[in-house]
Design a binder for this molecule. Structure first.
Ligand code: KG4
Ligand code: ZN
Length: 351
């Protein structure tokens, strides 16, 4: 019998105790939730090591995960106050991400679940980012609008139920986080790009008119035009030998990249007659975007569910929380589940 099948008749608990494991990029993370209550959250990062190379080196990430995974899980269990034998399932990111890095978490999770004879749940990393909202507001229930802005995806979704969503619009080229990382490179800022652009932007003014919008209407985004405009602006100034403020470029880029996200999420909420917007993904950690979202939501009488910054960037709490949804839906994985480098968010429309 397949491993998943063994649990098909499981008597499910309403508030399962779930261990989440995340290792898709440079954070080795483990967390424990009971239903929507977060009991522990451990993140061990190799970002400082990666910064020396200007980005994530997959081989370094895999080795760092191998070194850190045991400690991360051990600490998550100890800090939760629960015993590992009380766990109801192990949820683990199986994609998208760096293959070698994913395999470390996935192999660990498989053996852990097998040894405890409990279900294994494969979590799509992006669905994890979307689930961070449930940890933020325990009363949150679909339907609502999700604004997803990460390193790999930028989208506005209509979250219809815990397991079904409709993509209203997504990026046609670069994701918002990718645009932040590319802007950081042009500005000579170190990895990780997004937080460093935000820091520099605080010293500048958004006085340069970079293009804001994809001009096609609807909810789709495009960041390649903005990226090119930033590159052209800097190169032009440099070629002419004219001085310019890098801080003003950062601030102008940041407002052009973020305003459109907040404005379109509100438009979507109005069109779908939703009174709630939930946000998720690394770019949502951006202070300017958080303030902009809070303001436009307040002006339009929309409830905003904004996860704390540490639950926007990579963590295992969100993976464990998505694990709760999948556990309740009975979506268990076999031990043959493999890591996936790419998992498309889905096509525009209903999923
Ligand atoms: O959501 P995430 O983990 O990416 C994916 O799962 O795909 O987030 C990483 C992205 C990176 O592009 C990073 O530069 C960006 O989020 N990011 C930020 C900030 N913190 C992280 N972008 C802008 N401002 C920040 N404070
Ligand atoms: Zn992520």
């Amino acid at each position: 019998m397949d491993y998943a099948q063994r649990f098909s008749q499981l008597n499910k608990k309403a508030e399962p105790l779930i261990l989440g494991i995340e290792s898709s990029c440079d954070e080795t993370a483990a967390a424990i939730v009971r239903g929507r209550k977060l009991l522990s959250n451990v993140v061990l990062s190799s970002a400082a090591e990666q910064a020396k190379y200007g980005g994530v080196v997959p081989e370094i990430a895999s080795r760092a995960h191998t070194d850190a995974i045991g400690e991360a899980v051990e600490r998550a269990i100890a800090e939760s106050g629960a015993d590992k034998h009380e766990l109801d399932a192990v949820a683990v990111t199986y994609g998208a991400g760096l293959l070698g890095a994913l395999l470390v978490g996935l192999s660990f999770a498989k053996s852990f679940a097998y040894a405890l004879d409990i279900p294994l749940i494969g979590v799509n990393h992006i669905r994890g980012h979307m689930a961070a909202a449930y940890l933020t507001d325990a009363t949150l229930e679909p339907p609502f609008i999700t604004l997803l802005a990460s390193g790999g995806h930028t989208a506005i979704l209509y979250t219809k139920s815990y397991t079904e969503f409709e993509i209203l619009g997504s990026t046609r080229d670069d994701a918002a986080g990718e645009a932040f990382d590319k802007a950081a490179r042009v500005l000579g800022l170190a990895y990780p790009g997004g937080p460093n652009v935000e820091k520099l932007a605080r010293e500048g003014k958004p006085c340069i008119a970079f293009p804001k919008m994809f001009r096609g209407g609807g909810y789709d985004f495009s960041y390649s035009g903005l990226k090119t405009a930033v590159i052209n602006y800097c190169h032009n100034k440099e070629q002419k030998g004219e001085p310019y403020s890098r801080a003003d470029v950062a601030a102008s880029f940041q407002s052009a990249a973020c305003d459109v996200l907040a404005e379109r999420a509100v438009l979507a909420a109005k069109e779908k007659r939703c009174d709630t917007i939930a946000a998720g993904g690394g770019v949502i950690a951006n202070g300017y975007l958080r303030e902009k979202l809070a303001n436009v939501c307040a002006e339009n009488g929309i409830r905003l569910v904004l996860p704390e910054k540490k639950y926007c960037t990579d963590n295992a709490a969100m993976i464990a929380e998505e694990g709760v949804t999948q556990y309740l839906a009975g979506n268990f994985a076999d031990l043959s589940i493999n890591a996936c480098a790419h998992i498309p968010l889905g096509k525009k429309g209903k999923q």
